[in-house]
Design a protein around this ligand. Sequence first.
Ligand SMILES: [Zn+2]
Length: 387
Amino acid sequence: MKDKVYIFDTTLRDGEQVPGAKLVTDEKIALAKQLELLGVDIMEAGFPISSPEDFNAVRKIANTVKKSTVCALARGLDEDIDVAARSIENAAAPRIHTFISVSDIHIENQMRKTRDEVLKMVDRAVSRAKSYLDNVEFSPMDASRADFEYLVKFTQVAIDAGATTINLPDTVGYALPEEWGFMIKSLVERIPAFKNDVVLSMHTHNDLGLATANALAGVVNGARQVECTLNGVGERAGNCSLEEVVMTIKMRYQDRFYTQINTKEICKTSRLVSEVMGLPVQPNKAVVGANAFAHSSGIHQDGIIKHRDNFEIMDPDDVGASGSAIVLTARSGRAALKHQLEKLGYVYEKANLEPIYLRFLEWADEKKQISDDDLHALVENVEAISK
Ligand SMILES: [Zn+2]
């Protein structure tokens, strides 16, 4: 039997913390609707205590979205939790997500409390959230740098108070896949509730480029929810990328896990996020980058033309991309040129192609890329000379 991995999208909350990416309410609602179409299980709509505008945006999203669970973030403080609960009171499926730091670094240097005092805060925060609704997520912040025995205790207190999801953040993006996977495995072994009705989640950051690898290491070791964003947007170097996790599960872990994401909506959602946040996607970005399905080397182009599987592991249709592209450059071969000319209506036998190919190489050495317009001009030029 395959296990479901829940996709918790935090583009509207962690993603929106990127400097300059702040969204107005209408943009947030448009994005929330697209996330619902994409099929995310849970969307974190915002941090309602942070500003009146954010409160209103979360409220409107909660009123609009029907299929996904709508989650509001709150620090583990009474007022935060009360405001978060109010913002999602009309949601079809509401969730409160509250958090308190678990690492000694944060407990001593930021909160200035003792470990025992913090455990009482955990109980109080989760119990308060639980007084409003049943679906409560709790995050032990900075889990990757915490003392493991204290983390076990901390997590157990949150579960005893009623938390239904425990989310381990690698807040500073410091974890390595093997140690992160081991921590998840050890926690599942120590806390039986994770084998029953409490979901273990992860929130990984990409400071060392390991956010996706860490999240997948966690899934393999027993976690069943991944917190992520489109295009990997988020604080500093960003969050785990939704598209990377979802497509890796679909392409490589298909015998063990599945998600309910409608993958054909991935590229559309990625473009919308990039547009409204004003954050361009790097061309070589996995899955959604402009070059993710573009081929430029002659050997690869020849292979792709003969059979797509030769050099592509994913079908571009599967993620809603516009299709494989052959980019003609000075590194392209005769097969790619012939293929592109035929698309434009020029059919050449092998012998007749040669003068065109030689001229093509001259042009391609001068220009970086040869467009369809260039090809029309090239054909006219060569034919005019040979007449
Ligand atoms: Zn984060």
